[in-house]
Design a protein around this ligand. Structure first.
Ligand SMILES: NC(=O)c1ccc[n+]([C@@H]2O[C@H](COP(=O)([O-])OP(=O)(O)OC[C@H]3O[C@@H](n4cnc5c(N)ncnc54)[C@H](OP(=O)(O)O)[C@@H]3O)[C@@H](O)[C@H]2O)c1
Length: 374
């Protein structure tokens, strides 16, 4: 019996809150909960006051979107208690809001006893918060399991979407021959920046189709034409010349692999694709491997689908990865510029809304459900 079916039938239905339910990650979270038959008894979709009262349909039933209490955006005394009260009775809280909101909401929801999985970067580098990709480091959930067994809540951080997709594909090779260095170039979709960014790309396409020049396009979100363009990732740039997305790939990889010595070099850019990120990855391995070994490791890996058919010119594409749970991996080849057998190159495409966010978060919750004290 599939894991999700076991959960659905053996456990009582749960109260599940999705915070940011109107955003791209929140909407995808509702789809994933439904697709995996997550045992939702009561759904509590929440968003800002702007969306309160709107309806969402989950497995054929309508639920009303609640406004997250104002306390979430204030720092006044007692606001934590007000928030905790809002989450009373919630078993699982899936957060798909900004880092600033998550910093206030997640501790309150955990204080109310819930399993909290946060999609933002708020807790990713907090040593007390596990940063988890179930296919890679499920064992890092041990402190949360212990907390739940004591009847307490816990927070788990979902890694950055580019990190999740990269490590789902590269960890099977890392387990084979330890990755010493990983060089990544990302090709990131509009939806990675949220609903408004997606709408901007769509509106530029409509303007182009009408014959409007780029001076007339709506460029309010990215501040530049996105259609027919490629530009550096829109996150803040540090004094060292790395943008935040690149820094996340470096730091989160080290944390998830528990290896501070692994070298990671990243270049992150936006490409005019609506959904699903792609990444070109070059690895330096500790020991020599054959391409056959690498291919076999990837074929056997959970969450990976090898799509690598040179004869038909079929390789990973964001179009093919959209809506899929697996990360597509192809263009597998040895890198002849490195000592023989030590260099491997690959290309991947993965749905960053799904495995890069919503699916990974729901998988984490599934891993923890058996530890809830009833
Ligand atoms: N997009 C991705 O591919 C991706 C991948 C991994 C992680 N993430 C992370 O996931 C989080 C959500 O990203 P997103 O792309 O889904 O953003 P989004 O599409 O812009 O959605 C933002 C959500 O936050 C809600 N919100 C805004 N202000 C609020 C408030 N004061 N109180 C309650 N809710 C509020 C919005 O509700 P209203 O509609 O009511 O404004 C909306 O539901 C971010 O931390 C992001 O970094 C995103």
């Amino acid at each position: 019996m599939p894991r999700e079916a076991t959960l659905a039938t053996e456990r009582r239905p749960l109260t599940v809150a999705v915070i940011g339910a109107t955003g791209v990650v929140g909407q995808e979270t509702l789809s994933v909960l439904s697709d995996r038959s997550f045992p939702v008894g009561t759904l509590r979709p929440m968003a800002s006051g702007r969306s309160a009262g709107q309806r969402v349909v989950h497995r054929g039933k309508e639920w009303t979107i609640e406004a997250l209490p104002d306390a979430a955006s204030k720092n006044d005394e007692g606001s934590g208690a007000k928030l905790a009260a809002a989450f009373a009775g919630c078993d699982v809280v899936l957060l798909a809001v900004s880092k600033e909101l998550a910093l206030r909401v997640a501790p309150a929801a955990a204080a109310a006893g819930a399993i909290v999985v946060d999609n933002s970067s708020a807790f990713r580098m907090d040593p007390a918060t596990p940063l988890v990709i179930p296919e890679v480091n499920e064992d890092a959930l041990a402190p949360c399991r212990a907390a739940l067994a004591r009847g307490e809540g816990c927070i788990v951080a979902n890694p950055n979407c580019s990190t999740i997709l990269a490590l789902v594909a590269v960890t099977p090779i890392h387990r084979l021959a330890r990755v010493k260095r990983m060089v990544v170039a990302t090709y990131q979709a509009a939806s990675g920046a949220g609903l408004e960014a997606m709408r901007e790309l769509e509106s530029q396409a409509r303007s182009f189709a009408k014959g409007d020049g780029h001076e007339a396009w709506d460029t309010r979100y990215f501040g530049r034409p996105y259609l027919f363009n490629v530009f550096s990732h829109d996150s803040a740039m540090g004094a060292d010349g790395m943008n935040e997305e690149e820094r996340k790939l470096v730091l989160e990889t080290r944390r998830i692999w528990r290896d501070d010595t692994v070298g990671v070099s990243a270049t992150c850019v936006r490409v005019p694709v609506l959904r699903a990120h792609s990444e070109a990855i070059n690895l330096t391995l500790e020991r020599a491997v054959t391409l056959e070994e690498v291919r076999a490791a990837l074929v056997a890996a959970p969450g990976v689908c090898v799509l690598d058919d040179p004869a038909k010119n079929q390789f990973p594409e964001p179009r093919l990865a959209s809506g899929r749970d697996e990360t597509l991996v192809g263009r597998l080849r040895m890198d002849a510029s490195q000592p023989e057998g030590h260099g491997v190159s690959l290309f991947l495409a993965g749905d960053q809304l799904r495995k890069g966010a919503a699916l990974n978060a729901v998988q984490i919750a599934e891993c923890l459900l058996p530890s809830i004290r009833r």
